[in-house]
Write a protein that binds this ligand. Structure first.
Ligand SMILES: CC(=O)CC(=O)SCCNC(=O)CCNC(=O)[C@H](O)C(C)(C)COP(=O)(O)OP(=O)(O)OC[C@H]1O[C@@H](n2cnc3c(N)ncnc32)[C@H](O)[C@@H]1OP(=O)(O)O
Length: 432
């Protein structure tokens, strides 16, 4: 190490805040990304007394955003009581946005570049950006440039009624045209994941989330927003019988083998989250709690376009690499937070880690990573129950896990988040 290389120091998770997540076109149907992320930040600021503070950096993002939100996160910061001298930037890595934002801030803290940071994300599918068609855009741009009546008429003459059809974003992968659910249906079938196993995982997610609310676990992690105080997708009264009765929503071409339903898939969701990180010195100087250390994170990507791997399987690769780098085994964890994009995603991921061929031939390991103790998986519920506002999920998971580790007083947690485009980000968090 050269004399100028900065020393690596711990990045500490101080705490988090999110607004309750709401099903799309429901309670937050008139709220914008800016409204929701600002609310999540406001709650964090109030909880930790950050009013007027210049934070080292705020990093967050949204998967779906309007063009007017080109500087979304900085605009949100300006709408809060943080010092206006707080720099902010947008991050976008599909559903791994929140993880990537938090990880990049943790690295800056570790290197001594900043003392404090707020990472998170927001998304709304209720206020999804609807773009005009290419034909209408070209006509409007020409009209805008026109300097004479004849030029304006010429531009207007190019209008075609069909150009009024709007372009709304979908959950389709641009390179394959398949929805993420249809991609997962292929993977779910390839790994022989049964409908029953998916429904059981979905039910456990709802029951675990409801139990966490019942023991007031979320009291210092969530602030109400727009009259909502709990995740609106949560169904504490869901049953295996009801889940078993639902029709397939994805992989319908698989006929009797189509196992993915609205009950074992995440719903489209609106929401926002924020997590405060800092150095130990910052936390001590500001009399703030230190819940856990954000130890390390790793990203991976797979070639799903040519069918070499399932769209949402990148975390299996990232986990193999982060374990090796940290000299850990898959069993060295007290909690596993595996984002439930679909129940089939979690179960395919677990099956892959248990599979000798996959671990040897795909992950390049000597042996299988093995199985995990399922009683340590998503113990306070996950995305199937809470919902999944794409970029906000990472912040929800990191804040939840840090609090779980703090309550336990020791141990280590593994985070795994899959993302569109065949990507994934995983992380290790440790109790202090
Ligand atoms: C983005 C990334 O980078 C990576 C990722 O995370 S990938 C994941 C991205 N997310 C997605 O792709 C979203 C996928 N989800 C969807 O598109 C939609 O939610 C969906 C197509 C699955 C379902 O939509 P929908 O038809 O509107 O569902 P919804 O009406 O709520 O539910 C259908 C039925 O299931 C029932 N149901 C749903 N969940 C239930 C539960 N847990 N228990 C009991 N019943 C349930 C509902 O009550 C409803 O029943 P009825 O017909 O009797 O009223």
């Amino acid at each position: 190490m050269s004399e100028k290389t900065p020393a690596i120091r711990p990045a500490v998770i101080i705490g988090g805040n999110r607004i309750p997540f709401a099903r799309s076109n429901g309670a937050y149907s008139t709220a914008s990304n800016q409204d929701m992320l600002t609310a999540a930040l406001d709650g964090l600021i109030a909880r930790f007394g950050l009013q007027g503070q210049r934070i080292g950096a705020v990093a967050a993002g949204a998967v779906l955003k309007h063009s007017k939100d080109f500087n979304l996160v900085r605009e949100c910061v300006l709408g809060t009581s943080l010092s206006a001298q707080t720099p902010a930037y947008d991050v976008q890595m599909a559903c791994a946005t929140g993880m990537e934002a938090i990880g990049s801030l943790a690295n800056k803290i570790k290197l001594g570049q900043i003392d404090s940071g707020i990472g998170g994300g927001v998304d709304t599918t209720s206020d999804a950006p609807i773009a005009v068609s290419e034909g209408l855009r070209e006509m409007l741009m020409e009209l805008n440039r026109a300097r004479s009546t004849s030029a304006r008429l010429k531009a207007l003459s190019k209008f075609r009624p069909r150009d009024l059809a709007p372009n709304a974003p979908g959950t389709g992968e641009p390179r394959t045209g398949l929805s993420m659910g249809d991609h997962q249906a292929i993977t779910t079938k390839a790994w022989n994941i049964t409908r029953e196993a998916q429904d059981e995982l979905a039910l456990a997610s709802h029951k675990n989330l409801a139990a966490a609310y019942d023991r007031n676990f979320f009291d210092d992690l969530i602030t109400p927003f727009a009259g909502v105080s709990k995740d609106t997708n949560m169904r504490a009264d869901s049953t295996l019988e009801k889940l078993a009765s639902l029709k397939p929503a994805f992989g319908k071409n698989l006929g009797a083998e189509a196992t993915m339903t609205a009950g074992n898939s995440t719903p489209l969701t609106d929401g926002a989250s924020a997590v405060l990180l800092g150095s130990e010195e910052y936390a001590r100087a500001n009399d703030l709690p230190m819940l856990a250390n954000f130890v390390d994170f790793e990203a991976a990507a797979v070639d799903f376009v040519h069918g070499a791997e399932g769209l949402l399987m990148a975390p299996t690769y990232a986990v193999a690499r982060i374990l090796e780098r940290n000299n850990l085994t898959l069993q060295d964890f007290d909690f596993y937070e595996i984002h439930e994009a679909f129940a089939g995603t979690v179960l395919s991921t677990l099956a892959a880690w248990e599979d000798m061929d996959f671990c040897k031939n795909k992950l390049g390991l000597d042996t299988a990573l093995g199985s995990i103790d399922r009683s340590k998986l998503n113990v306070n519920g996950s995305s199937l129950a809470a919902g999944h506002p794409f970029a906000a999920t990472g912040g929800r998971i990191v804040a939840t896990l840090a609090k779980m580790l703090h309550e336990k007083g020791s141990g280590r947690g593994l985070v795994s988040v899959c993302a569109a485009g065949g990507q994934g980000v995983v992380a290790i968090v440790e109790a202090r």
